[in-house]
Design a protein around this ligand. Structure first.
Ligand code: ADP
Ligand code: GLC
Length: 486
């Protein structure tokens, strides 16, 4: 089984969020199952710098706009995963992030940057591929950035390979003016409702959903939610037409990267059996962030994009109640300026109790995850979410809203779940500040008054198998269905 896994971000090469985590770790688990997997991604400077054994394998010709590009191949050092890279200085070699410049302004040529990523995926799967010794059976696309690949495969390249698209977030769709159709050499006849037209625009994500042979999302609950107006972002109609086919597969975590027993960013290591080190990590975190050193103060953690999706605005009005209840807060994140400022303001007024770090910081994200007592994630929608899984693995019980992958991975603590040892966190009854406060107070009650019960909840999460092994098997089963239809 040969799989071309196409993604716009891959950890540890380049990352803005969970998509990179998945693209970095699922291929490793697939490799372990014997799948011959290669990644395909744009040649951003960080990618060219970090890959080892990078060499040219082909010249790509007849591409829209840029005409030619070089196809390189390298490996990710520690895992030996093979990565094919599209090298085009004019498209990808610039300062800033994968989607936007340093000021957060989206690159105006994103339709070309990701149109080319999609086009190259399609070319590599077709009869005209310049790579003769490796042809994929499956092209596995991820999110809107790769959405045109299934369309190019079916409509232009007449590719014999099958396509799959995994939906990581319906909120981002890649919709652009119809003038891009001719620029990207897409057939105008398919710019219709039964094609890639969406309210008069060219929609990359709709193209993927419409033309892919298989659709997956990153949790079973999200697979159902996206077929409703509240979560489908306008594509619920199309999705519900293919409703029965949409398979929800919960993400796993990369246990080499996210494991408190081996985590290189922690001053002390710990495990479910030996939790003592977590106290040292908490102390070091309090010290690093200028919080009062206090082993008993419940330390709440957040690592997140600060956007409407993540629901952290619900925390602002209840922060005073939590501080009055003796809590500390360690927040790491960036995003909406207004929300960044609201949290900055709370931190300034509560020195020693609230620490707010605006920015992106990989080592600190591990330290917050490990050093805090509880992890706060009140997302309004969450396709899967990885941070709550990291919280479970690190003995930092997550406090979450009941949506998407959060609902599928966090089991609320009550008499029954406590007794049968499945309780691993706390689940809000609705997305509101009042419900969030209520939920955190329930957690605080156990944390402060029943150390044995708290330890049990921590252990229940830490002893779960959160690795990719089970989910990778589910992806493999979906690949097999495509290649050998029943
Ligand atoms: P999403 O992809 O929607 O942002 P996920 O929970 O799936 O949410 O994944 C987020 C990933 O990004 C996690 O690995 C998390 O640790 C990381 N992350 C988010 N914000 C930051 C930040 N400010 N600094 C470091 N890592 C971050
Ligand atoms: C998206 C989602 C997040 C998910 C991640 C990886 O960024 O917002 O919930 O965990 O993709 O699948």
């Amino acid at each position: 089984m040969k799989v071309l896994f196409v993604s716009s971000e891959v950890f540890p090469l380049i990352k803005t969020g969970g998509l990179a985590d998945v693209s970095g770790s699922l291929p490793i688990a697939l490799q372990r199952l014997g799948v011959d997997v290669r990644l395909l991604m744009p040649g951003y400077p960080a990618v060219l710098n970090k890959l080892t054994d990078l060499h040219e394998i082909a010249v790509l010709e007849n591409l829209p706009v840029i005409n030619t590009a070089t196809l390189l191949m390298g490996v990710i050092k520690d895992t030996q995963v093979k990565v094919m890279v599209i090298q085009s200085a004019s498209l990808y070699e610039r300062d800033g992030g994968p989607y936007a410049d340093a000021n957060g302004m989206e690159w105006l040529d994103n339709p070309v940057r990701f149109g080319i990523l999609s086009k190259v995926a399609a070319i590599l799967s077709g009869a005209n591929s310049p790579v003769k010794n490796w042809q994929p059976d499956i092209v596995h696309c991820n999110d809107w950035q790769t959405g045109l690949a299934p369309a190019y495969m079916k409509l232009v390249e007449q590719s014999p390979a099958k396509s799959m698209i995994s939906l990581h977030n319906m909120a981002f769709q890649g919709c652009y003016a119809p003038t891009w159709l001719s620029t990207l050499a897409l057939p105008r006849t398919n710019f219709t409702l039964e094609g890639f037209e969406y309210h008069g625009q060219l929609s990359f994500l709709k193209a993927g959903i419409f033309y892919a042979d298989a659709i997956t999302t990153v949790s079973p609950s999200y697979a159902k939610e996206i077929q409703t107006p509240a979560f489908g972002f306008g594509l619920e109609g199309l999705l519900s037409k293919r409703g029965d086919e949409i398979k929800g597969i919960l993400n796993g975590i990369e246990t080499d990267e996210w494991n408190p027993a081996t985590d290189e960013y922690l001053i002390a290591k710990y495990s479910a059996e030996k939790l003592a080190g977590k106290k040292l990590v908490k102390r070091a975190l309090q010290e690093r962030l200028g919080l009062h050193i206090d082993a008993d103060a419940p330390l709440l953690g957040i690592v997140s994009r600060l956007t409407h999706q993540k629901g952290l605005d619900m925390l602002v009005p209840i922060m005073q109640d939590l501080i009055d209840a003796g809590c500390q807060l360690a927040l790491l994140g960036n995003g909406d300026t207004q929300l960044e400022n609201a949290f900055r303001h709370i931190a300034i007024n509560n020195l020693g109790r609230v620490s707010v770090t605006i920015g992106y910081n990989e080592p600190l994200s591990h330290q917050v995850m490990a050093g805090c007592d509880m992890f706060i994630m009140p997302s309004r929608f969450e396709p899967c979410g990885l941070n709550q899984l990291y919280g479970l693995a690190y003995g930092t019980p997550p406090i979450v809203n009941a949506t998407g992958g959060l609902a599928d991975s966090v089991i609320d603590t009550n008499i029954i779940t406590y007794k049968n040892k499945t309780a691993n966190g706390f689940v809000m009854s609705e997305a509101s500040s009042a419900s969030l406060l209520h939920c955190i107070k329930q957690a605080l009650n156990i944390f402060k008054n029943d150390a044995a019960a708290w330890r049990q909840i921590q252990k229940n999460g830490m002893l779960q198998n959160l690795s990719w092994d089970k989910s990778a098997l589910e992806y493999l089963a979906e690949y097999e269905k495509l290649v050998k239809p029943i």
